[in-house]
Design a protein around this ligand. Structure first.
Ligand code: TXA
Ligand code: MG
Length: 340
């Protein structure tokens, strides 16, 4: 396994990566959300390798990444008006749009569905690679299935070092969680996976109400989800994750009663010093983007330091924090304590 840095020698690195992809191999590439495990979306064998390498369930379809709108026409039967508006507003960027697929889109990608998920990433290296290789790239997050998505090269190395030839280094991912996924195949658009592009931002562009898939709520029937990836225990570190909702004072009292070796806390900026337990700060309570940027990195750090349990300070429930709630509630297998 080799780590490639697109700096002085960019042309040579780019050629190396593209040749490897054209030959039907997988490569880890950076995107603005999380690192992706990419393969030529038009090559069935290459796409199958993604599933093998990740240990991904075969009924969980992949996102296809493009670098220009010409590529979209070969993937989808039509681009509904709502999709056109979303594309104008948010591409390139962390929004994946599900549309009706063209016949030639491989079943290996869509897992037999009649729809395909497409995203135009906003990361210069990802875009250069797709542009140069001249085919769309299928890419799930570059973690082993079930672990938190990788936001730094070292996470990809930890998960995939024996399984891939190249990891392209793009530094720390700016967004830190995966893209918002929205389906526009029915009359009412539906958010299937929340991300940093929020429901209200989308509604402001479409001038209409957008639904949130009700299977995203903690109490939902996990077998009936519309976005297959959402049904698996996901974003999940090895440590037991316990979410705590409520005031800092109550959190502090609760921690004091529950201190034990190998237990730590995940808290907001400047909260770590006064607790009698090892603390990992993950961002500012009032700034959702600072939290999303670090959430997966901190969960991985907790595992690598050998903690077996983590108590997490939850931000307030809001449109902007929905994605954070969604990722953490899955990491915690729905264990939530009310400390209000
Ligand atoms: O930010 C991202 O989206 C990252 C980067 C690498 O682009 N990719 C990513 O891919 O998170 P993945 O495979 O980890 O998640 C894709 C999600 C899954 O929940 C999957 O079930 C859903 O998108 N999905 C893909 N195609 C779908 C379809 N046709 N219908 C419904 N859900 C779909
Ligand atoms: Mg994933």
């Amino acid at each position: 396994m080799q780590i490639l840095r697109f700096k002085e020698n960019e042309k040579a690195e780019l050629a190396l990566v593209c040749n490897h992809l054209k030959a039907g191999n997988v490569v880890v590439i950076p995107t603005e959300t999380v690192y992706g495990l990419a393969a030529d979306a038009t090559n069935e064998k290459a796409v199958n390798k993604i599933f093998e390498v990740k240990g991904r369930p075969i009924d969980n379809p992949l996102i296809v990444h493009i670098s220009n709108l010409d590529m979209l026409n070969d993937l989808v039967r039509e681009i509904p008006n709502s999709a056109q508006e979303l594309i104008k507003a948010f591409w390139p960027g962390p929004l994946t749009i599900i549309m009706k697929k063209q016949k030639q889109v491989l079943n290996a990608i869509t897992c037999g569905l009649d729809t395909v998920a497409v995203r135009m990433p906003n990361h210069s290296i990802a875009r250069k690679i797709i542009e140069k290789v001249e085919v769309p790239l299928a890419a799930p997050s570059a973690n082993l299935s079930g672990l938190p998505s990788p936001t730094e090269v070292k996470h990809c190395v930890d998960d995939l070092k024996d399984k891939v030839d190249f990891i392209v280094d793009g530094g720390k991912c700016e967004v830190g969680i995966e893209s918002t996924v929205i389906s526009v195949t029915e009359t009412k658009p539906v958010i299937l996976r929340p991300g940093i592009i929020t429901k209200s931002q989308i509604e402001n562009i479409l001038h209409r109400e957008v639904a949130i898939d009700d299977t995203l709520s903690p109490k939902s029937d996990i077998e009936k989800v519309n976005s297959p990836g959402m049904k698996y225990k996901h974003y999940s570190p090895r440590a037991d994750v316990i979410l705590c909702e409520g005031t800092y004072e109550n959190f502090e009292k609760y921690i004091l009663k529950n201190i034990s070796p190998k237990t730590c806390a995940m808290v907001f900026e400047n909260e770590g010093e006064s607790l009698k337990i090892k603390c990992f700060e993950y961002g500012k309570a009032e700034n959702s983007k600072s939290l999303t940027k670090n959430i997966f990195a901190v969960l991985r750090q907790i595992d690598s330091e050998g903690f077996s349990k983590v108590f997490v300070r939850m931000p307030k429930r809001s449109d902007a924090n929905l994605a954070i709630w969604n990722r953490l509630i899955r990491a915690a297998c729905f264990k939530l304590i009310n400390l209000r």
